[in-house]
Every structure is written in C-alpha cells, then in structure tokens.
Design a protein around this ligand. Structure first.
Ligand code: ADP
Ligand code: ADP
Length: 221
C-alpha cells in the first residue's frame, strides 16, 4: 500500500490565488522524495495540506490509506525555522506532543529522541541558548518523538550555514535509516534534493503543477 497518496490535488486560497492545480503523487513506504521549485510554486501549501494544517480545495490526500482531514498522528513536520516555544525548555518542547503519555515514559522517550539527534544533555536548555543548527535538531526531535510514519520537511536546512547544513543532511539520512519513515522534502536547493532523495519532483508555479519526475536512483545501504 502507498504511504502517501496525493490525487488531483488543488488548492485555491480564499483570496482567489490558485496555489496548486491537479497535483498527483504517490510515495511508497520508506521512500525519500524531494519536491523542488522556486519561491511561490506551492511547496509549503503542498506540505501544509499533507500535514492537515490546511484544507485541499479539490482532489484528495491520504496517509496510510486514511484521508487527511486534520493534523494526522502519523505525520511529523519540520519547518524552515525551528518554531520552538520560547517559554519551554528543550525537553518540554520535544515532549509537547506526548502529553497523553505517563510522565516517566514521556521523559524516557524525550531523552532517547534527543540522543538520536545528537543532543544528549541539552534537555534543560532554553531555545534562546541554542545555535541555529541545534535548534533545528530540536525541531527534528520534536517531529520524530511521536514516531511518525511520514516525515514532512519544509526547507529544513535553508536557514543554516553550509557546514551545518551538510552535517544535518548527513544526520537526517542516519535518522532515516533507523526507522525508515516515508520522507517528503520540499526545497529550492536542487543539490540538496539530489543528495537526499530517491526521487525528485519539479513543481512549477502559477498554479503549482508537477512538471517533471526524475528518478535519482541513489543506491542506499
Ligand atoms: P512556496 O512554498 O513554494 O514558496 P507557497 O505554497 O508558500 O509557495 O505559495 C504558493 C502560492 O500561494 C503563492 O502564489 C503564494 O503567494 C500563495 N499563498 C500562500 N499562502 C497564501 C495564503 N494564505 N493566502 C493567499 N495566497 C497564499
Ligand atoms: P540526559 O543527559 O539524561 O539525556 P537531558 O538533557 O535529555 O538529560 O534532560 C535533562 C533533564 O531534563 C532530565 O533529567 C529530565 O528530567 C528533565 N526534563 C524536564 N522536563 C522534561 C520533559 N518534559 N521530558 C523529559 N525530560 C525532562
């Protein structure tokens, strides 16, 4: 079964802007797909609709065979900026989505996830005490802590310097290899797409429509 199905998806905003039109794409479980395109082509709109943060105007979107009608428990999302809550420490930011778990279990899960992103010992720090790369690792930990089967990444590394970006790209592939979630990365950086993805999809603007599919066919260990 497909992990993600996007079928004839269209999105028109209330002001009449047609952001996406007739977008169809299927992701297999564990696949890494990059959507590339310039500013304004509809990349963020596509991810927001997939995450259930915004509604499709037409067509349909499903995750694991279930239509997306609101925030989906099996979907994690990372934005360009970390968007951490400044009044919560790192551990509480990561544990935010685990409120239903007993505290001991939540603590254990948070500590385990922080160690997976290379941040052992950072739980009591405040967001303002982190570098950009560390803050983005916390955002990735927050997305992974619920063990999503689908991870959506919206230009996750474009605000970082080249060294930190390369480091986190490597780290992302290591994390992916641990649990092999289906990964959809949107980026304007074609090089990043080629480094990370199995498949690259080009989205053209006005309105956002898939123009090309390219199989990168990267051999994966
Ligand atoms: P990208 O992420 O590729 O830069 P977006 O998905 O943010 O593209 O935007 C796609 C198009 O939709 C653009 O023309 C943008 O101006 C428009 N758009 C985005 N958000 C809204 C909104 N809330 N209301 C109206 N138009 C929007
Ligand atoms: P460790 O080095 O044990 O991995 P962390 O830096 O991950 O430690 O966490 C530091 C401390 O933050 C932990 O001892 C933990 O008790 C505390 N903490 C406070 N709030 C939370 C929370 N919501 N979830 C997990 N740990 C929390």
């Amino acid at each position: 079964a497909a992990a993600v199905t996007i079928a004839a998806l269209g999105k028109t905003y209330p002001n009449g802007t047609r952001a996406l039109d007739a977008v169809s794409l299927t992701l297999a479980p564990g696949e890494i797909v990059a959507v590339v395109g310039g500013s304004g082509c509809g990349k963020s709109t596509l991810l927001r609709v997939l995450a259930g943060l915004d509604r499709a105007s037409d067509g349909r979107v499903s995750v694991g065979g279930t239509p997306v009608e609101g925030p989906h428990p099996a979907v994690g999302i990372v934005f360009q900026e970390p968007r951490l809550l400044p009044w919560l420490n790192v551990a509480d930011n990561v544990g935010f989505g685990l409120v239903t778990l007993p505290p001991a279990e939540r603590r254990a899960r948070v500590a385990e996830t922080l160690s997976r992103v290379g941040l052992v010992g950072y739980g009591r720090r405040w967001p303002r005490e982190l570098s950009g790369g560390q803050a983005q690792r916390v955002a990735i930990a927050r997305a992974l802590v619920t063990r999503p089967s689908v991870l959506l990444l919206d230009e996750p590394f474009s605000a970082l310097d080249a060294f930190t970006r390369a480091d986190l790209q490597d780290h992302l592939l290591d994390l992916w290899a641990e649990s092999r979630p289906t990964l959809l990365l949107v980026t304007h950086d074609i090089e990043e797409a080629l480094v990370l993805a199995d498949r690259v999809v080009v989205l053209k603007p006005r309105p956002g429509r898939i123009a090309a599919l390219h199989d990168v066919a990267v051999p994966r260990p």
